[in-house]
Design a protein around this ligand. Structure first.
Ligand code: AGP
Length: 621
């Protein structure tokens, strides 16, 4: 939540920062702003609304300079106003910063500072600017960079909460100081082609810097870096110097572009066949009929000892975990459950050294998931990550795990990350299954089916126009049910979540068998149902549930197996999907629901990639 960015180098900072903000816009879009130093003074510009409004405003003023910071906000403390937009300054307007995170003791700090500082916003973030200013005496400023660093260190010693910050000061013009505590900071570096001087990019994630560099370092909690054109130094907040390890980012800039699609969400839906191949490539052994996920990091003996599996995640990632639960129980015969991270962290969860916990997260930064991970580790469980963003906190704090290789996912609504997360959970289940009870023939069959999935995904994607027509027909309803049974219940949950999050239509998902225990009372010609009735062991049961809806004149949209003529007899609105093994069917069945939600949202004129009230990376509780 909130995206921050900084640049120091030889190029004009404004276009780099603006473009970077667009890449980070998925983190929040209530307001945006930037500050740029021209070497003597710092100019600030802020605007309420999305990056486009900031961009419009920037057309009216020139803000030259090659050092700057910028921010896109998801409001936590204080309303959506220009005063609350970042960057925030201290009293004189000379010290200026951007912040991502929450300062828990900001009220106490503000009270103390208020006697000598004038506050102009309602935010917690502004406190940081005044606090650093308080520790930066005018006479110290002759020491330049060192003085600014020390003032930041001293100020942060009084702060409780989470922060990723970038600070600059008018009197130390060619310097940025950045600190991480609970909110991610990535620093990318390149060399100016002509002068060979260093250029640095700081951001909440690597996407804004992909066009310029692939070389990055990830700050750890409690680390501070000082960046000048001459170089970079990193310290702990206790003033000890730290040597950082340079990592290479695999993602490329093109992956983070819309590539001709109207929205990132649509592009990411269409990415699925390709990135699915990336998720499974090199991770199975066809001859042995098993998966081989090296990141599991467990001996065969440890694997045999596991008697319980827990998937911990939020939202869409938790629905991917549900697919993993079915797969683990069916293939490995190990009891498995799914826990919403925000609940797990505050219970006293029963986990021990025979429990295997998978923490699933696209961003790898979700606050609740991270806290749950730490809790599970504290209790001695094996904790492994299933994560998309490389180098993210969850990826680094788990003792092993697997990157899902979905590439940058920028639409707030998760699509390709979901299918890849589900694929990886299935591979893990197969790996455990083969070590316990799954036959070579079954393992082999399963892998053959897995390899066929991208081709079958494409068979669904070519039906886009048909799905769009159906979506237009359903877009005028106010409410919808989504029904699925067994392994398709998570598909129903995911379909309902996609629809509500981007179209704002009320949607509820139920296992088909639950309808007669209450929800059926809502069914009417005005309350349609989307039902997943692909052929599996619960097909007949699902058919009965669908008939119950039809008998009450509820309109139906059916997701059915190719060639199933019965579906057409029940409803005029059917989307056919190719058949695969039952456990893999959710990988296909979810795709028409993603497209359905997308086209309903487009029909209603919604801002598909940036739905109201949401942000992609939920780094606050
Ligand atoms: C999905 O469409 C949602 N935006 C949301 O539920 C998301 O999946 C959830 O916040 C978890 O995020 P993560 O995968 O980055 O941890």
């Amino acid at each position: 939540m909130c995206g921050i960015i900084g640049y120091i180098g030889k190029k004009p900072a404004a276009p780099i920062l603006l473009q970077g903000l667009r890449r980070l816009e998925y983190r929040g879009y209530d307001s945006a702003g930037m500050a740029i130093s021209n070497g003597e003074t710092i100019a600030r510009i802020r605007s309420v609304g999305k990056i486009d409004s900031l961009s419009e405003k920037m057309k009216t003023v020139e803000i030259p300079g090659t050092v700057g910071i910028a921010h896109t906000r998801w409001a936590t403390h204080g309303g959506v106003t220009e005063e609350n937009a970042h960057p925030h300054t201290g009293c004189g307007g000379k010290l200026i910063l951007v912040h991502n995170g929450i300062i828990e003791n900001y009220r106490e700090l503000k009270e103390v500072l208020s006697s000598s500082h004038v506050f102009t916003s309602e935010t917690d973030s502004e406190v940081l600017a005044h606090l650093i200013e308080e520790h930066l005496k005018q006479e110290d400023l002759q020491q330049g960079v060192v003085a600014l660093r020390k003032a930041v260190e001293k100020a942060l010693a009084h702060v409780r909460g989470t922060y990723g910050i970038v600070v600059m000061h008018e009197a130390v013009p060619h310097c940025l100081v950045t600190v991480r505590m609970g909110s991610p900071i990535v620093i990318g570096f390149a060399e100016d082609e002509n002068s060979h001087e260093h250029e640095y990019y700081i951001a909440s994630d690597a996407s804004p810097m992909l066009a310029y560099t692939k070389k990055v370092i990830f700050l750890e909690d409690g680390e501070l870096s000082v960046l000048t054109r001459e170089g970079m130094e990193t310290f702990t907040l206790k003033d000890e110097q730290v040597q950082k390890h340079v990592e290479e980012i695999e993602w490329n800039d093109e992956q983070a572009e819309k590539q001709g699609f109207a929205h990132f969400m649509l592009k990411e839906i269409f990415d699925q066949p390709t990135v699915f191949e990336d998720a499974i490539r090199g991770r199975y052994d066809l001859a042995e009929g098993t998966a081989k996920l090296g990141g599991l990091n467990m001996t065969e003996e440890q694997m045999r000892q596991i008697n319980r599996v827990i998937f911990i995640a939020c939202g869409t990632a938790s629905y991917a975990g549900m697919i993993g639960k079915y797969a683990f129980e069916r293939l490995a015969g190990i009891p498995a459950e799914v826990e919403v991270a925000s609940e797990f962290r505050y219970r006293d969860p029963i986990v021990d050294e025979r429990t295997l916990v998978f923490v699933i997260s696209q961003s790898g930064e979700t606050a609740d998931t991270l806290a749950a991970l730490r809790e599970a580790k504290r209790k001695g469980a094996f904790v492994r990550g299933i994560v998309n963003v490389i180098g993210s906190t969850i990826a680094r704090e788990t003792d092993g795990g697997t990157y899902i290789h979905a590439g940058p996912e920028l639409a707030v609504a998760s699509t390709k990350a979901y299918t890849n997360m589900a694929a990886v959970t299935i591979l893990y289940a197969l790996q455990f299954g083969r070590a316990r009870r799954v036959s070579l023939a079954t393992g082999h069959r399963m892998l053959q089916a897995l390899v066929e999935i991208p081709k079958k995904m494409n068979q669904i994607l070519v039906q886009t126009e048909h799905i769009e027509r159906i979506a237009k027909k359903f877009a005028s309803y106010q409410d919808m049910f989504f029904l699925g049974r067994g392994v398709n219940f998570p598909v129903a949950l995911e379909g309902a979540l996609k629809l509500k999050e981007i179209s704002y239509i009320h949607a509820e998902a139920y296992p088909g068998g639950e309808m007669k225990h209450g929800p059926l009372a809502l069914v009417s010609p005005e309350f349609p149902t989307v039902a997943i009735m692909t052929k599996d062991q619960l097909y007949e049961k699902m058919m009965s549930n669908i008939e119950e809806v039809k008998a009450r004149k509820g309109p139906l949209l059916l997701i059915a197996t190719e060639g199933d003529e019965k579906a057409k007899e029940i409803s005029p609105d059917v989307i056919y999907v190719p058949e695969t093994m039952e456990l893999l069917q959710p990988l296909l069945n979810t795709i028409p629901l993603q497209l359905f939600a997308y086209f309903v949202a487009v029909e209603l004129g919604r801002d598909v990639d940036r739905p109201r009230n949401l942000a992609k990376s939920v780094t606050v509780e």
